[in-house]
Design a protein around this ligand. Sequence first.
Ligand code: CU
Length: 167
Amino acid sequence: MNARFAWCFLVCFLLAPAWADQSQPAGSAPAASAQRRPSPAGAEVAIVDIKDGAVVATTFLVQFSVTGMDIAPAGTDIPNTGHHHLLIDVEELPDPNLPLPKNEHFMHFGGGQTEVELTLSPGEHTLQLVFADYAHVPHNPVVKSVPITIVVAEDANAGQTDRDKNP
Ligand SMILES: [Cu+2]
């Protein structure tokens, strides 16, 4: 009786720390949703000076703003910070519990950049900003802009918005 109790006690005592260790982030990532960084109420990102329906040249400048949070480069885990992502022709946001993909539809600005000179094919395109943390995972709740549709004109000079880049 006592021996059995002691055995049980020993097993529990030895195994408990092992289970506890598995819940630490050191190993493979557990439930990613628990890891998402919070965003403060009222945090916003926006595309500056390009309105929904705007006609732009094939090469044009897109500038990003963020309010209520600060920019930190990817890999730097500071509360209330993140970096911009420009989503091009993405109809539906991917699972916010996972890092944003990296491809021609998901541009990362992990260096903390706040603008990009884009070159797109003529026709309609959608643009949307999503802010994400040091590990490219969107905050909770997700800080994103309303998607806008732009029309890239055939004529490189048509609709030039900010600067005249084609002398
Ligand atoms: Cu990123």
